[in-house]
Design a protein around this ligand. Structure first.
Ligand code: MD3
Ligand code: FE
Length: 216
């Protein structure tokens, strides 16, 4: 008799290589999800989402906040990692244990050991919000990967090459997906297409993305 379940592996989560150095872990954190979401609520109370202004004077459609030793900020003087939240004048909320554990576990699964992020940038997309094509290169140690965690409504993620004009692939990222971006993928151009309308049973009418970074 044929085994209908021969292609289903229950010993480890689904793991897909999107490009050299980029590993997609679908629905990676079902078990610890309530802890992650509870920690996220605490952070957002202490450091609410805000729409940053780019050095060019554009207000971003994505709203952002941070936790960790430093947070990513943008204003008329440029982009930087800053230990102080400019809205409150206080340090960013500490990185909670469920965040730290999730990021480290995902990095190990993708083949990176001892990932110790010092920043977590938290992006909130309401319908229509998008992130234009960009590279993440404000971090000093580009050998460390970036770990990204998607929550809420599904989004179309655009993944290009090492130049702005390189062809792009599109991936749908949904609630619970984790992607580890390292190696040659670390400096790839990427972005997020405008978020379609919708309602997510856990997160409501929004998408939230956590990106864990080692900035130093
Ligand atoms: C590929 N965020 O915060 S996460 C960002 O969904 C950012 O909010 C997107 O791009 C979001 O900078 C995408 C996936 C991601 C994050 C960083 C990367 C992909 C990356 C760095 C290098 C290559
Ligand atoms: Fe990015």
């Amino acid at each position: 008799m044929t085994d209908l379940f021969a292609d289903i592996r229950d010993d480890q989560p689904a793991c897909e290589e999107l490009a050299e150095g980029a590993v997609l872990l679908r629905n990676f954190f079902a078990a610890e999800q309530p802890d992650v979401i509870a920690a996220l609520r605490t952070i957002v109370k202490a450091a609410p989402f805000r729409h940053l202004v780019t050095p060019g004077g554009h207000t971003m459609s994505v709203a952002m906040t941070n936790c960790g030793r430093v947070g990513w900020v943008s204003d008329s003087s440029g982009y930087r990692y800053d230990p102080v939240d400019p809205d409150s004048g206080k340090p960013w909320p500490e990185m909670p244990a469920p965040f730290r554990d999730l990021a480290a576990r995902a990095a190990v699964q993708a083949g990176f050991d001892a990932f110790m992020p010092d920043a977590c940038l938290i992006n909130r997309y309401k319908p229509g919000a998008k992130l234009s094509l960009h590279q993440d290169k404000d971090e000093l140690d580009l050998r460390a990967p970036i770990v990204s965690v998607s929550l809420g409504l599904p989004a179309t993620f655009l993944f290009g090459g090492l130049t702005r004009s390189a062809p792009q692939k599109r991936y749908r990222l949904t609630h619970g997906d984790v992607v580890v971006w390292g190696g040659p993928a670390r400096l790839a151009y990427h972005g997020v297409a405008p978020l379609p309308d919708g309602e997510h049973p856990v997160m409501g009418g929004q998408r939230i993305n956590l990106t864990f970074r080692k900035t130093q």
